[in-house]
Design a protein around this ligand. Structure first.
Ligand SMILES: [Zn+2]
Ligand SMILES: [Zn+2]
Length: 640
């Protein structure tokens, strides 16, 4: 007999050699049918592997909401893909084929890239393999046996040579295909019912550009056909909303070879969006007693030596610049600079909290392979802020930070959630400090009255933090701002304040950003709104179209009046037809298009087409229009 423990703490007696499948069956026939894998001590395993006495076991059932279930399914789908490719291309070399977020891939050594037609044929072959219902059979074998098995597959032999001596070597076979693999897998290929191959791309073996180029195929799989449909629809939507495409079409920004990778130039229209976001956050911060500061962009390297960035973070920093025998660095973050401002004079408890903000460009030497449009850049504009306070003030400060986030998210109509990350195993600072800090964060979160998740042990070594994640219009989740407590920098820079007791104390430092970086946040906003920004953010808020040349002068006067009222208005008096110009304004996602002819000019009115109103036109006095739209801008309305 063996005894295993279930997640609810109950125990189950099973005959020696029982597997996860046997356990599921012993609990009930419904569970036996739904089971797809198990976790043993948190590690995902095949349903058919024997359990051991004392194992903590949890049954994983088929569900598109369960990461582990999807992991097993997609890993198995990757093998089915390789099975199909080997059927069609018997000489194809086999690289890696892991599950990834939202799907899986497999790398193949083949002489030609796969065409879309090839992918279609492979997909059909995959469906055949799936229908065959081959079992995934696990085999454990010796190194010598494995070397013989993969003798004519150099990529597998290389992988094999890296498996440590003490690790079990295993293969998985489904029908005609055998792969060197740790598993786990679902029981049979017929679980792979709802899948789709998405794209092919060249990929270097092991991501190393000095090695051979392989052909990677990406795909995805789900348990439920509806989930697959939904996912494919989302991918289509995401493609249409790609901020790089929309940025080009609306002339917002550019990346150019001469600037270098990951360095963005904001064109006038993109810069307007940046400016509005900046002014907004500056106003919000001013109302909350922040002080604005400016710190050098290039500083002596010694600063980052002292802050600890050079020892631990150097690979993400631009290389040093030399001059007059000294080394300089461009800043990857503002924290050390703000710390220096705090340390520049003696501080008393009466000076605290000291809230410093700097909306500054910082530069990070991100790997060129990870750069992605505005979402991952090397020049970042952070709405950065650092609060220096006493331990007793932490809760209030955190509360204000969350309140700010709530205002920003609410104004933009975004759903968001908060996660509290607590002390990790490896950390600095004594436990009493951590207790106090975590409690302050919890109390602040409770005071805000929002549900939050807890990531046990997910904090940084120097302090706990709160992460914000929000959802976009097509349901994708984005990582947003962070509120981070820091015991480390005050220590390194020996920051002090004189307390009420006349003794020196160490302040707590809070790092926080609301947007995070303006680049990434703008990239997000472009995709979320699909370029159709609410009027307060729209780079062009109003476009005025004279019906004929005779109305051009009157239209220009209206543009001048709108600009005087503080709006971004522009004239489109091109000789194209009116309907062409209306369509162009719609393509540029301009919130309001005003059409002006004889009737309007005589009556002091404008014919208004609001974006999304299906070309319905409302005639109203110009001044009424101005009052309406300046109101929408002032209150940051989401519509139109
Ligand atoms: Zn595998
Ligand atoms: Zn910081």
């Amino acid at each position: 007999m063996i005894v295993v423990r279930l997640p609810d703490g109950s125990k189950k007696n099973l005959p020696e050699g029982s597997s996860g499948a046997d356990l599921a069956a012993a609990i009930g026939p419904g569970l036996a049918r739904a089971a797809i894998a198990v976790t043993v001590g948190g590690e995902l395993r095949d349903l058919d592997r024997p359990l051991a006495d004392g194992d903590d076991v949890s049954i994983v059932t088929r569900s598109d909401d369960c990461e582990e279930a999807l992991y097993a399914l997609r890993h198995s789908a990757a093998h089915v893909l390789a099975t199909a490719v080997r059927e069609l291309y018997p000489d194809a070399g086999i690289g890696f084929g892991p599950p990834i977020e939202n799907g899986f891939y497999y790398d193949f050594a083949v002489p030609q890239p796969f065409t879309p037609e090839d992918l279609e044929a492979i997909e059909q072959k995959m469906a055949e393999v799936a229908r065959q219902g081959y079992d995934f059979e696990r085999r454990e074998l010796s190194r010598a046996e494995a070397e013989e098995l993969f003798a004519d597959d150099p990529l597998k032999l290389e992988r094999l040579s890296e498996i440590p001596e003490d690790e079990t070597i295993s293969t998985y076979t489904d029908g005609p295909f055998t792969d060197l693999c740790r598993g786990p897998h679902v029981r049979s290929t017929d679980e792979i019912k709802h899948f789709k191959l998405l794209s092919g791309a060249g990929a270097y073996w092991r991501g190393d550009e000095t090695r051979q180029m392989l052909q990677r195929i990406y795909g995805t799989a789900f348990f439920d056909g509806g989930s697959l449909e939904q996912h494919l629809h989302r991918l289509e939507e995401a493609k249409k909303r790609d901020h790089r495409k929309i940025g080009q079409a609306l002339d917002l920004f550019s990346f150019q070879e001469e600037f270098g990778p990951g360095l963005v130039a904001w064109h006038p229209k993109g810069a307007r969006i940046q400016m509005r976001l900046r002014r907004w956050i500056e106003d919000l911060l001013t109302e909350r007693d922040y002080e604005f500061v400016y710190t050098p962009h290039v500083t002596s390297e010694a600063l980052f030596e002292r802050s600890g960035h050079l020892p631990t973070y150097a690979e993400n920093m631009y290389p040093a610049m030399e001059g007059e025998g000294e080394s300089f660095r461009v800043k990857p973050m503002n924290c050390p600079g703000h710390t220096m401002i705090y340390a520049a004079r003696p501080r008393s408890y009466r000076d605290l909290p000291l809230r410093l903000s700097e909306i500054a460009n910082v530069y990070r030497y991100e790997r060129s392979g990870t750069l992605h449009g505005l979402l991952r850049v090397r020049m970042l504009t952070m709405d950065d802020g650092h609060i220096f306070c006493t331990p007793d003030q932490v809760e209030d400060e955190i509360y204000t930070c969350i309140e700010l986030i709530d205002i920003v998210m609410g104004t933009l109509g975004l759903e968001y959630r908060l996660d509290l990350s607590t002390r990790p195993e490896k950390r600095i600072g004594d436990d009493a400090n951590w207790d106090r800090a975590e409690e302050a964060l919890r109390d602040a979160l409770d005071r805000v009255g929002r549900d939050y998740g807890i990531d046990e042990g997910g904090g940084a070594f120097y302090g706990p933090k709160i992460d914000i994640k929000f959802k976009d219009a097509i349901g994708r989740e984005w990582q947003g701002a962070t509120i981070q407590l820091d015991f480390n920098l005050p220590e390194r820079f020996e920051l002090e304040y004189i307390g009420q007791d006349n003794q020196p104390h160490r302040p707590v430092m809070i790092h926080r950003a609301i947007f995070g970086t303006l680049e990434r946040f703008t990239g997000f906003l472009i995709e979320h709104f699909a370029g159709a920004f609410p009027v307060w953010l729209a780079p062009v808020q109003v476009r005025v179209l004279p019906i004929t040349d005779d109305h051009a002068e009157g239209a220009a006067a209206i543009v001048a009046r709108l600009r005087q009222a503080g709006m971004e208005a522009e004239l489109d008096a091109r000789s194209d037809t009116l309907s062409y110009r209306v369509r162009d304004g719609e393509m540029q996602k301009v919130p309001y298009i005003l059409v002006v002819g004889d009737r309007e000019l005589e009556g002091g009115t404008v014919a208004v087409r609001a974006r999304g109103s299906d070309r319905k036109q409302i005639v109203m006095p110009l001044e009424e229009f101005i009052t309406k739209v300046t109101g929408e801008i002032a209150t940051r309305e989401l519509a139109p």
